[in-house]
Write a protein that binds this ligand. Sequence first.
Ligand code: SF4
Length: 688
Amino acid sequence: MDLKYVQTTCPYCGTGCSFNLVVKDGKVVGTAPYHRSPVNEGKVCPKGTYAHEFINSPDRLTKPLIKKDGKFVEASWEEAIKLIADKFKSYKPDECAVLSSARVSNEENYAMMKFARGVLKTRHIDHCARLCHASTVAGLANIFGSGAMTNSIPDIAQSKCVFVIGSNTFENHPLIGRQIMKAKSNGAKVVYVDPRKTPTGKQADLFLQFYSGTDVCLLNGMMQEIIKNGWEKKEFIEKRCNGFDELKKEVMKDDYSLENVSSVTGVPVDDIKTAAEWFSKSGASTILYSMGITQHTTGVDNVKSVGNIQMLTGNLGRPGTGVNALRGQNNVQGACDMGALPVVFTGYQKVIDEAAHKKFADAWKFPDGIAEGKNGYEVTVMMDVLTDKPGELKCMYIMGENPMISDPDLTHVEHALKSLEFLVVQDIFMNETGVLADVVLPSCCYAEKDGTQTSTERRVQMWRKAQDPPGEAKLDWVIISEIAKAMGYGEQFAWSSAEEIFNEMATLTPSYAGMDYERLNRPEALHWPCPTKEHPGTPILHIEKFGMPDGKGLMTAIPFKYQQERPDAEYPILLTTGRCIWHWHTGTMTRRSESLEREEPTGWIEMHPEDAKALGVKNNEMVKAISRRGEITIKARITDTIKKGVMFIPFHFVECAANMLTINALDPIAKIPESKACAIKVEKIQEA
Ligand code: SF4
């Protein structure tokens, strides 16, 4: 028997835990601890424990599929690539759109970005960061000059006050939750802000149960209390920030008196006061946030408010502090870094910047140039264009994404995708989006490839190949390169390994320029920015100055605005959505993991006992949840951990898809949808 251990990085959440894949006779059969990673020190959550179970699922795609007369038939790679190349060549550049992927490696995202801009010559490339942290990228870049988590994961344990808002960290980033518990056992206060008393809330010293969408009001109220008591850090503000007077003018308004904030948010006055005092006086306060902050029409405002309170209290650039956006998917940070966005090349170099555009055009050497230097469409806007401007977008290439579950208002998404003339989906399993495709291409999962991914803390870590792919499945970057070659661009895609792609990317990307596989191949890996081969990487950002032109952070007056759709007489319940510990994103992988699926085999709607009583609904009874966009049938779960008037649905489950109900209302800057708040009604299903 041949048995070996291959160290790799978890393919699920953005924490970036390391573990070993156990390989027996050439097949992955289990996972085992890898103790040397500073991120997780040998521990993993249930998803990491069972991260081997989907790899050899009989459902894996093993051959290209072409739809003929409405049915998929198996095809050779030659036939599939020729068909795709011929079709792609028949469209004008901006008639094509590309969705890259937060699940695949940095190298594959770079390859897809180069393919979109160099081969298809389209400006329209995006990926699912749009749905989770586009507000972080836009908001933090605007106030700090860099749109990423400021501190590292192990650094959280050094905090004296951990303020968690809009993140169920213990379920969604469990190994970051472990750092919160380390901080707590070192004496830190933990403050938790959420509409639900989640497992994270149960460990908090102070739980602020607010209404989803009232984040800015709460933070402005806390800032008023801090300023009134003189608890702000005057020296930090003076030396390192602009905009204090504007911020002060806004937050000192009567609207943000403790009483008014309490009435809007539902949080008792004394709790707001205590939170403000603990936070500003601890000496080292960190804020952890996730999609509860970002997935709103005010997502960018929420992110800037988080930045405001950290600048006001001088909690940046030191251990145990920071604005720490917890990214949801394993490589969503990397996909953004690689320029799988409609406005930037790698390393956030703007496509509208003439010098950046010339730099990439010169380096890539496409004889007929690259996509013009104008911003493209975000994925949420692509869907609107498809339905509202027929004929403008005609073809789409989707790699490792499943918008038919992940995007808001699924009826709208289905209508949009069905209006395409030609759709190519590249994935490891057939999924709800693949069903709508003209061609489906089988690709490799994380255990079948070498490459890198960048976790939420900007740590660039390795994936290492543990087994061969099933059937004829190919690496994503190989598939992209073969299509490019068939379209006449072989020279630009003549890579023979992921490492070659990484090295090309690093020469074009200042924040990755000092990295190579040799330097990354160690337990602590490297945090970007790492501009030179001698640079040690940057675990903490903004130590002496911010990334703004004058080096100063920008405090901003943020008036509070409600969400787009508030409960009313017809739809009286505020719906919020999220994840659970057992599943990940659209369930493509976790629902094919027997151990995880057994724990949570379907979705549910969480409701307060008083709401359930008013509806006449008992625990585990099926109900109808209805919004202005659609309806689902789903099991009721009654719990007093949720705020009365608010209900929660996890979004992983196709049979009761939360996104049938959610609204495609967008933040005006980040174009992120308001998945965290919409209005619904719930009806008991009457027995026949
Ligand atoms: Fe994987 Fe995230 Fe769990 Fe770590 S915390 S094992 S990265 S799912």
